[in-house]
Design a binder for this molecule. Structure first.
Ligand code: F6P
Length: 593
């Protein structure tokens, strides 16, 4: 596959650059009056509707973007990913998170070996283990059932599972399966996070899951040591075997830490940290929480209700395998097979490229109109921002990666700043900026059926209808705005007209999901994962490495050494600039008081 070094050297890129001038002459107010255009800019898949008619784009724009995708060899790159080629070239690895949710009979090779059987072996082990813990056949050191779980991990070993857990917490089906159990996440090295996570927990009934791909991450290992001490000081050192398990690619270090490798759940170097939620990283803690129904719900473990209990247990044990992973897998299939014009992740990726690299909008707001998705934007931020950090440390530019996958400096903006907050909360904070300040393309994500609908007596419009009224109104407010003429007609005082004018023409897209259960949540996750890949493939950058986080880590190691040397041997602070030295001196002096 002979591709030009930089996508910006291709004809389609240059044509899109020229096309921007045409688009700048249009306004969404006018574009939205063309119903045929709007209809063409909508796609349905598996009950979801993507409406991107409020993008600053015409059918011609879309054609040009498809040509760009062709010039970038997008389809070939997607195939190379699914074929297990080492597309993460700077780490010489395959990128196969799709294998984590592939059906049992699928064949996906990495380095000549079908990885699907290994994936299912670990899934089966998770199912067996979580069933034992939840049924009380795996008990703690003092003979009590383990009903609470603290998952320790950071970055990709935390944000994805937290997002899924938060989204499921109010799903009636999941609520039923989680009755009587707690799942908490300990991520920050800040001891406050430890305090928050162990407050109210009893070590006797707590299982700690240490989640770390490398098993070397400083924060996770310190938190793991802290909770190991919490357990062993309360129950004795031998209790660790019953109360701590691990998820990692590094089983040697797991054993060295003191966790029995039999109680470790593996994953593989072809799973990127931020793409690992469908591996044991997410599936183990989530199966422990939602895996299968709890006996306590019935307050009984004896004879007459046993068949009902077993039935429920079987039902709940499939929540993840059957629904969450299946949802993600449905998008994997769609992404792999659907033509670009009907391919949800491809369309989202192309529109991002258009907004960032051509229209020059560096940020993107992710605005779910569902409180259950409150941790979605933080998860996506991580997946994207890691790329930005790379740029900051390597080429000191601001938005996007600094170099192509071949190491050539990029002459265009790539990457975006993602942020977000569920509606309507966000409307009362940063939406002011979005409506009248900076232009920030928005993703509005709505759900037809609420997980927890409320219908107040005497009111026709449900609470969910009220939420969704905002979901439907905001995109139009952004697109149409409000003109001074309209304000004059409303008799607004002249001095207020500039303040009350909305320029409009602010792009957004709307994604309407039929409901929010484990299946749809899996779909949403996979859509955004693949969107990131599409962007990286077209920009010609490596979306799957994260060298940019290394510099900060190694500087922290130096500081840690210095703190240790100063505290234990009174050694002077050396090797730091004036500013850091002053700050460190103050910290050491004040904290030793
Ligand atoms: O700091 C970034 C990172 O390396 C992520 O890529 C990763 O998800 C996270 O740290 C945690 O790493 P680990 O799972 O190895 O502890």
């Amino acid at each position: 596959m002979a591709s030009p070094t930089l996508i910006s050297d291709t004809e389609p890129w240059k044509e899109l650059k020229a096309h921007v001038e045409e688009i700048k002459k249009t306004h969404l107010r006018n574009l939205m009056s063309d119903s045929a255009r709007c209809q063409s800019l909508m796609v349905e898949f598996d009950g979801m509707l993507l409406d991107y008619s409020r993008q600053n784009a015409t059918l011609e724009t879309m054609d040009k973007l498809y040509q760009l995708a062709e010039a970038a060899h997008l389809k070939e790159k997607i195939n190379r990913m699914y074929n297990g080629e080492h597309i993460n070239s700077t780490e010489n690895r395959s990128v196969l998170h799709v294998a984590l949710r592939a059906p049992k009979d699928a064949v996906i090779n990495s380095d000549g070996k079908n990885v699907v059987p290994e994936v299912w072996k670990v899934l089966d082990k998770i199912q067996e283990f979580s069933e034992r813990v939840r049924s009380g056949s795996w008990i703690g050191a003092t003979g009590k059932a383990l009903k609470d779980v603290v998952a320790i991990g950071i970055g990709g070993s935390f944000l994805g599972p937290l997002f899924i857990h938060t989204a499921l917490q109010t799903d009636p089906e999941a609520v039923e399966c989680a009755r009587g159990r707690q799942l908490r996440f300990l991520a920050n090295v800040d001891p406050i996070d430890v305090a928050r996570n162990i407050t109210g927990l009893n070590p006797e009934t707590t299982l700690v899951v240490v989640v770390s791909k490398t098993f070397t991450t400083a924060e996770t290992m310190l938190n793991a040591r802290t909770l190991r001490e919490w357990i062993s000081s309360a129950l004795g050192p031998s209790a660790v075997a019953k109360h701590m398990v691990a998820v990692s690619t590094n089983l040697t270090l797991v054993e060295k830490f003191g966790i029995d490798p039999n109680n470790a759940f593996a994953f593989w170097d072809w799973v990127g940290g931020r793409y690992s939620v469908c591996s044991a990283v997410g599936v183990l803690p989530l199966s422990l929480q939602y895996g299968f129904s709890v006996v306590e719900k019935y307050g009984y473990s004896g004879n007459i209700k046993i068949s009902l209990i077993l039935k429920r247990n079987m039902y709940c044990s499939n929540v993840f395998n059957r629904k969450f992973l299946k949802g993600a897998s449905s998008i994997d299939q769609h992404f792999y097979t659907a033509p670009f014009e009907k391919n949800v992740p491809v369309l989202l990726g192309l529109l991002s490229i258009w907004n960032v690299s051509f229209l020059g909008y560096p940020a993107r707001a992710i605005l779910p109109y569902s409180q259950a998705l409150e941790k979605f934007a933080p998860h996506i931020q991580q997946a994207i921002l890691i790329e930005l950090f790379y740029l900051l440390s390597v080429s000191m530019e601001s938005n996007g990666k600094g170099v192509s996958i071949d190491g050539v400096p990029l002459p265009f903006e790539a990457g975006e700043i993602d942020f977000g907050e569920p509606g309507t909360n966000g409307q009362h904070s940063f939406y002011q900026l979005i409506h009248q300040g900076r232009v920030i393309p928005c993703d509005f994500i709505g759900v037809v059926k609420s997980q927890q609908p409320v219908y107040l007596k005497g009111e026709v419009v449900s609470n969910h209808d009220e939420l969704m009224s905002n979901f439907f109104a905001q995109p139009d407010a952004l697109a149409y705005g409000k003109t001074p003429e309209q304000l004059q007609k409303e008799n607004v005082s002249p001095h207020l007209i500039p303040h009350k004018t909305f320029s409009g023409n602010r792009p957004s897209l709307s994604l309407l999901l039929p409901s929010l259960n484990a299946y749809n949540i899996g779909q949403l996750l996979a859509i955004y994962e693949h969107r990131i890949a599409v962007e990286g493939f077209i920009w010609g950058i490596n979306s799957f490495d994260q060298w940019g986080v290394e510099l900060g880590k190694s500087l922290a190691t130096q500081v840690r050494k210095q703190l240790n040397a100063s505290r234990t041997k009174g050694e002077p602070i050396e090797g730091f600039n004036f500013s850091t030295k002053t700050l460190l001196t103050r910290y050491l002096e004040a904290s030793s008081d």
